[in-house]
Design a binder for this molecule. Structure first.
Ligand code: ZN
Length: 68
């Protein structure tokens, strides 16, 4: 299965993280349908804020829907 990943609008990479309310981060990517997916399939997104993704390569953060 080939899945297209969304890219950072600033630096063009597709590695992001999300945060929960304890400030813990989880590595994710965003697929072409704007679904947030944990890099490690064993990890759960439960408790994480899915409204904002943070780029690992630059200071960009924002809604998954604004990714390229
Ligand atoms: Zn970036």
């Amino acid at each position: 299965m080939i899945m297209k990943k969304r890219k950072c609008p600033q630096c063009d990479i597709y590695s992001f993280y999300i945060l929960n309310n304890k400030g813990e981060s989880l590595l994710v990517y965003v697929d072409e349908n704007y679904n947030i997916i944990a890099r490690n399939p064993e990890e759960s997104l439960y408790g994480y804020n899915l409204d904002t993704v943070y780029c690992l390569g630059c200071s960009w953060k924002g809604s998954p829907k604004s990714l390229r």
